[in-house]
Design a protein around this ligand. Structure first.
Ligand code: CMX
Length: 466
């Protein structure tokens, strides 16, 4: 009988040998290991890990479910598994265990750039590992190669009236990409369950790759002359997105897009967009259908649309109280918003209980690139005032700003001031987290989601007299 210590040491030796072998095979290979190859190595290990967790702890309870949670939007209900990111109420988001500043420090950057490349963040979300600069560049090239839209999808976007909200146009276009889904086709051809993740991965790579072309086309149709430049296959994803939108000549805007996509990519599994994507994917709807559904959730004003609402609210404030409002003007405006039964957009959160680190990352960016911008200063002034008022009003559990309180101000500074478009950029970014989750759900064989619902009558019967 081998002692647990000896067994652990043997396991460690085997793991080290594996690491060395894979390092040396990478050393001798002319091509860097691709994301798909690395994923293929990780899947069997993760299946074993999940099996071991379920064998050991499968029957353990995570806590009680209260009736209030059923009526209260399932707040805090432990119901989902997702390794890509975890949200701590006080600390904020960590992507595979790494905070936003750690990602800014560790992930590869563009030549001459200071912000992390979204390509590298996607690799991190999928594998839990930081890619090399070479691997990151390979993803940029792969996405550029997959970026073109089918002609009929271009025509579909072109036929949308400019009055249709950009998020609705976005959702229509992403739904239509399902026409060429590798997974839908493979499923029709009888692909076995263990192999689902392969075509799902291909669809997810296509999905992310094609989003800049969709976003750019919507933007240019609604706000410009409808003409789009070509993708540059030598550039990174955020550069190409900026280029299609017409902002690639502003290096700081491209840097902003790199940061923006990274911080908006994922926010653990339970938020409306991430959970919708996962739920719809559990029915084996392909990633295009799943993500279109996620976008429809992101388009709600309590979720992603809040970035549009914040700017509208700030602009209304300016038109009411002028360019340089006093603290008292701002206090009065916030109170008038609350008293009229509306929410203060960009403030509060279902999970967070401190200032969102995604807000702080954007604030740090603004302090570096636009410290004297009047709108940035105004947002800072609101930040000093709004939490106190929300606390005094006594309803919101979290009086602090979230990601949406800042993003529109940065985009406006660089000339992207069409606020109805803002949630589309959020939608481009959130695809990274949802796609990573869809790949892992199919790799691990996650089943159809089907929680139980109760009638109010049933709840009463359960507890009356007890
Ligand atoms: N302004 C005014 N009231 C607020 C508020 C705000 N910013 N945030 C919360 N409240 C209110 C809620 O509306 C709720 O009121 P009722 O009891 O009358 O329904 C009460 O405070 C308790 O809400 P909560 O438990 O603190 O917050 P929830 O988890 O229910 O909701 C959120 C979270 C984000 C929807 C809410 O804070 C909100 O509406 N904020 C403004 C919109 C916003 O910025 N959304 C973006 C969130 C980030 C994102 O997903 O992009």
């Amino acid at each position: 009988m081998v002692s647990p210590l000896v067994a652990a040491a043997r396991l460690q030796t085997r793991a080290n040998a594996f690491r060395l072998a894979s390092r040396s095979s990478r050393f001798y290979s002319t091509k860097p290991q691709s994301l798909k190859e690395r994923l293929a190595e990780l899947i069997p290990k993760e299946k074993e890990n999940v099996k071991a967790i379920r064998t050991e702890y499968g029957a353990k309870a995570l806590g009680q479910v209260t009736v209030d949670q059923l009526y209260g939007g399932m707040r805090g209900l432990p119901a989902l598994i997702w390794d890509g990111s975890v949200l701590d109420a006080n600390e904020g988001i960590r992507f595979r265990g790494k905070t936003i500043p750690e990602c800014q420090d560790l992930l590869p950057k563009a030549d001459g750039g200071a912000e992390p490349l979204p390509e590298a963040l996607f690799w991190l979300l999928v594998t839990g590992e930081v890619p090399t600069a070479e691997q990151t560049k390979a993803i940029s090239a792969e996405w550029a190669a997959r970026a073109e839209l089918p002609k009929f999808v271009e025509e579909l976007i072109d036929r949308c009236p400019p009055t249709l909200h950009p998020m609705s146009q976005f959702s229509v276009a992403v739904t239509a990409l399902n026409h060429d889904s590798a997974f839908a086709k493979a499923y029709q051809n009888g692909i076995p369950k263990a192999e689902y993740w392969g075509p799902i991965y291909e669809d997810c790579m296509d999905l992310i790759a094609k989003l800049p072309a969709i976003a750019g086309r919507i933007y240019r149709n609604v706000y410009g002359d409808g003409k789009l430049p070509a993708i540059d296959a030598t550039k990174d994803y955020a550069w190409n997105l900026s280029h299609l939108l017409g902002f690639s000549d502003k290096e700081a805007f491209v840097e902003l897009m790199r940061l923006y996509i990274v911080i908006h990519s994922d926010h653990e599994g339970g938020n409306v967009s991430a959970h919708t994507g996962k739920l719809v994917g559990s029915a084996l709807s392909d990633p295009f259908l799943s993500y279109a559904a996620a976008l429809d959730g992101l388009a709600g004003p309590l979720h992603g649309l809040a970035n549009q609402e914040v700017l509208l609210w700030v602009m209304k404030m300016r038109s009411k109280v002028g360019e340089n409002p006093s603290d008292q003007d701002i206090k009065d405006y916030i109170w008038s918003t609350l008293k009229s039964g509306q929410v203060v957009p960009g403030y509060g959160h279902a999970v967070l209980r401190k200032t969102d680190p995604r807000y702080m990352a954007q604030r740090a960016f603004a302090l570096k690139h636009l410290p004297e911008d009047p709108l940035f200063k105004l947002v800072g002034q609101i930040y000093n005032i709004a939490p106190g008022i929300l606390l005094e009003a006594g309803k919101a559990k979290n009086p602090w700003p979230n990601v949406d309180a800042h993003s529109g101000i940065l985009l406006t500074y660089y000339g992207l001031d069409q606020m109805q478009f803002y949630t589309v950029l959020f939608g481009v970014s959130r695809a990274f987290g949802v796609a990573a989750q869809l790949i892992w759900d199919r790799a691990l064989g996650a089943p159809l989601e089907r929680p139980k619902s109760y009638s109010s009558e049933a709840i009463k019967k359960m507890f009356v007299g007890k």
